[in-house]
Design a protein around this ligand. Structure first.
Ligand code: AMP
Length: 426
């Protein structure tokens, strides 16, 4: 069958790399793609916000299956539109994607179904939100209800910070995403990302990962989309994974089905592993970036039948096999990121870097021009490696980075430090 993948980041390169290896994929297209994806798939210049144009492309090119990478098209209902036009599509419907599109929706669903999460209240005006902040005290967390490209959460250490966040959100600082606000309890524990594949009724666990959100070594500096990740997360033991499936993922699927909006696709649970067990911080309705880069390196089975089974409601007896190895990815970003950065600098040494054993380089913001690879975004490359240990994967990823010649770029030098420390008995 012909398959179309939507998106252009490192997540989509990792998905394209894995799907291109499937015997089920005759032609693999990616819209809009990037310079790395162009090695795995035929990139097409489609505006993926234009659902009509995506449908027309599918009809013209006999595309039998579409895989949606990013959240914005999901929340905008691209799955409903493609399915309505007779194109099988992997991912949640618009109503099901509310699990990511509205934090208040997800919190209410947790409350109604006894799913462990931080205590909270929802607000549509600043004054009552501030009253609640003062009543609960700091530290406290203030969240915009809607999609805010990673900028919608303020973990406030003081009351003043929390009140300023409330004012910023209701003052329009995040556009319509902040028209409603959730204020919630600050959870203490270790964070992990957990991924489950869902078919509306059944869920199978994929794998876990931990990411590094801060821009600087030692987890310092401003938040980013993610500067690196590794899988599996040591904190996600077999027991915690089982509890996450039983106490969080499966009750969510039951509730979504009962509501008439069954959830299909990847459910990405951001978790806090507290002393009382796993609690849900938030859901995302798609694969994570950069977590997918490490998940795909560890997946032994063919990805395509799993995605089709998710769409077809056939995951009940489905089984996926994983390499027992660790995988780690380091993001190389353009200097200045997550603030202003420039585009167009030349990146060299990628082939030599990829020769290191266990290494795969996934492209995020790149473009090809005149036979050269140019930086074309904030997060630019995901230098990824497998290893028998986290330390080995880390060593290989940094050995590859040391072969890349890109003076305008930078990366953190300590991705995976917690897991490496644990491994070394620290
Ligand atoms: P989110 O976008 O909801 O994943 O939040 C971004 C980050 O804020 C999370 O990865 C956590 O580090 C932090 N965070 C969000 N909610 C809480 C909470 N209730 N308690 C502690 N930290 C939180």
């Amino acid at each position: 069958m012909n398959i179309l993948l939507l998106g252009s980041g490192g997540r989509e390169h990792a998905l394209a790399w894995k799907m291109a290896a499937s015997p089920l994929a005759d032609r693999l297209y990616c819209a809009p793609g990037n310079a790395g994806i162009a090695r795995e798939a035929q990139c097409v210049a489609l505006d993926i916000a234009d659902h009509g144009a995506v449908i027309a492309f599918c009809k013209d090119n006999k595309v039998g299956f579409v895989v949606v990478g990013p959240e914005a098209p999901l929340v905008a209902g691209i799955v409903d539109d493609l399915e309505g036009a007779g194109v099988k599509t992997f991912g949640p419907s618009k109503l099901a994607a509310r699990l990511e599109g509205s934090k208040g929706f997800t919190k209410d669903l947790c409350r109604a179904n006894n799913i462990p999460t931080a205590a909270y209240e929802r607000f549509t005006a600043a004054a009552p939100a501030k009253d609640y902040v003062r009543k609960r005290g700091a530290p406290i967390v203030v969240k915009a209800d809607g999609l805010a490209a990673g900028k919608g959460v303020v973990v406030a250490q003081t009351l003043a910070e929390a009140e300023a966040a409330v004012d910023m959100m209701f003052g329009g600082g995040l556009g319509t995403a902040g028209a409603e606000v959730v204020v919630e309890e600050f959870l203490v524990g270790e964070e992990a990302s957990f991924f489950a594949l869902c078919d509306g009724e059944n869920a199978i666990p994929l794998a876990s990962a931990q990411d590094h959100k801060r821009v600087g070594d030692g987890d310092t500096g401003p938040n980013t989309g993610g500067m690196g990740a590794y899988s599996p997360a040591p904190v996600m033991t077999a027991e915690i994974t089982q509890r996450t499936m039983d106490e969080i993922v499966r009750p969510t699927l039951r509730a979504m089905k009962a509501m008439g909006s069954p959830y299909k696709g990847v459910l990405f649970a951001g978790l806090m592993i507290t002393k009382d067990g796993p609690k849900l911080i938030e859901y995302n309705a798609r694969f994570g970036d950069p977590e997918t880069q490490v998940l795909m390196l560890r997946l032994m089975s063919d990805l395509v039948p799993a995605l089709i089974a998710s769409r077809d409601g056939q995951l009940k007896n489905f089984d996926l096999r994983w390499y027992p190895n660790f995988a780690l990815t380091v993001v190389m970003a353009a200097k200045g990121y997550p603030g202003d950065y420039s585009r167009g600098s030349v990146i060299e040494g990628l082939d030599a870097a990829a020769e290191i054993e266990g290494v795969e380089i996934f492209h995020a913001g790149t473009k090809a021009e005149g036979g050269k690879v140019l930086a074309n975004g904030g997060r630019v490359l995901n230098v990824s490696a497998r290893g028998k240990t986290v330390s080995e994967a880390q060593r290989r990823a940094y050995a590859a980075i040391d072969r890349i010649k890109w003076p305008e770029g930078f990366c953190r030098r300590d991705i995976g430090w917690q897991a490496v420390k644990r491994e070394q008995g620290g």
